[in-house]
Design a protein around this ligand. Structure first.
Ligand code: ADP
Length: 361
């Protein structure tokens, strides 16, 4: 059974619908990450579950119980929210123990639990440290320990690693996933960072303008974005409108075989070409077999690969190609381009979605 269920939940701020009929289920022990651009309703969703924002329609249920009318502090939730900062005047132990003291737990039990939690989040013995002396990453760990302290049924995290620098975020996200797995925690987290969501979650939920646009395991969402919006949001650049039919997608870059369109159907469609499916070859060393040529406009080093932007000679949008370090051509080079049909995905939804996307900030 699902631990948490949102059944058609809507939230309004005046005339504005911040959440619009959201349906979502989180199973016991599952880590679900809500992902979406700023303003898509992620925080509102968490606040509605937490009981911090009134729900205009639909129901929120925890373990089958309707939470309507249940105040926030009686919902059995652990919250780690951006606007719930640590108390600067209390030491680390005082911060972590806050919820336990509110429940009037005996002092020795509280002290033992604080010690256990500090060990769990990798800060053993930090009880008496002042909050102001902690680094950003350490503060985040203390906030997590505080949220875990009352042993909540559901842990809710709002941009848990948002304030930290990239390197630390990447390390902490792995630690968090291991920790939640060990504890068997059920987690609902929101983030605008897809890397973080994909690394942390068992399932991701992509939101746009108060609605859920896709739910799936990270690999499913990555392989098959539900529409042009999701594809663009995940950082894919090669998303264009194409005419699809007869096993082929006629793109601005020329025709590409597009096998599995069965679930999408023929017509004007948004098509994604993954950068790993854009193959570049040197021009001038004999026949390249490529239908398209272009000029390398930019290169971005990405650690284990290079993203190369190619301006096609015949016009059309720039194509992004993912190349091995050694094979990445120089800026200004003329290259042949061929597209791997296995990396071409015909997307559902209106292709015009794509144009509206270009107008997003
Ligand atoms: P996200 O967390 O995805 O950035 P939010 O849930 O914060 O999105 O906001 C969703 C929408 O609701 C946005 O359009 C935002 O401007 C609006 N909104 C959020 N909080 C309030 C509020 N307290 N009053 C009015 N509008 C709000």
């Amino acid at each position: 059974m699902s631990l948490l269920e949102l059944d058609g939940v809507s939230v309004r701020y005046g005339d504005r619908r911040a959440l619009d009929g959201v349906r979502l289920a989180v199973a016991e022990g599952e880590i679900v990450c809500v992902l979406g651009p700023s303003g898509s309703g992620k925080s509102t969703l968490l606040r509605a579950v937490a009981g911090l924002t009134p729900v205009a329609g639909g129901a929120v249920r925890l373990a089958g119980r309707d939470l309507r009318g249940v105040p926030a502090h009686r919902r059995g939730l652990g919250l780690m929210f951006q606007d719930h900062q640590l108390f600067p005047q209390r030491d680390v132990a005082g911060n972590i123990a806050f919820g336990l003291r509110m429940r009037r737990e005996p002092g020795e039990r509280v002290a033992a639990r604080v010690g256990e939690l500090l060990a769990l989040v990798g800060l053993p013995g930090a009880e008496r440290r002042a909050v102001a002396t902690l680094s950003g990453g350490e503060q985040q760990r203390v906030a997590l320990a505080r949220a875990l302290a009352p042993d909540p049924r559901l842990l809710m995290l709002d941009e848990p690693l948002g304030q930290l620098d990239r390197d630390l975020r990447e390390r902490l996200v792995v630690e968090l996933r291991q920790l939640f797995g060990r504890l068997g925690s059920t987690v609902l987290a929101v983030t605008h960072d897809q890397g973080e969501a994909f690394a942390l979650a068992d399932r991701v939920v992509v939101m746009r303008a108060g609605r859920v646009v896709q739910v799936g395991a990270p690999v499913e969402v990555w392989r098959r974005p539900a529409n042009a919006f999701v594809a663009r949001f995940l950082g894919f650049r090669n998303v264009v409108t194409a005419t699809v039919g007869g096993g082929e997608a006629r793109t601005p870059w020329g025709p590409v075989p597009a096998g599995s369109t069965a679930d999408v159907g023929p017509g004007e469609r948004a098509v994604l070409v993954r950068p790993s499916g854009v193959r570049l070859s040197a021009v001038g060393d004999g026949p390249s077999g490529a239908a398209l040529t272009g000029t390398v406009a930019a290169r971005t080093f990405r650690g284990d690969h290079v993203l190369v932007l190619v301006q096609p000679a015949g016009g059309g949008p720039e194509l992004e190609a993912s190349c091995a370090l050694r094979e990445a051509p120089e800026v200004g080079a003329t290259v042949g381009v061929s597209l791997d049909p296995d990396e071409v995905v015909v997307l559902a939804g209106e292709p015009t979605d794509d144009q509206r996307l270009d107008q997003l900030p």
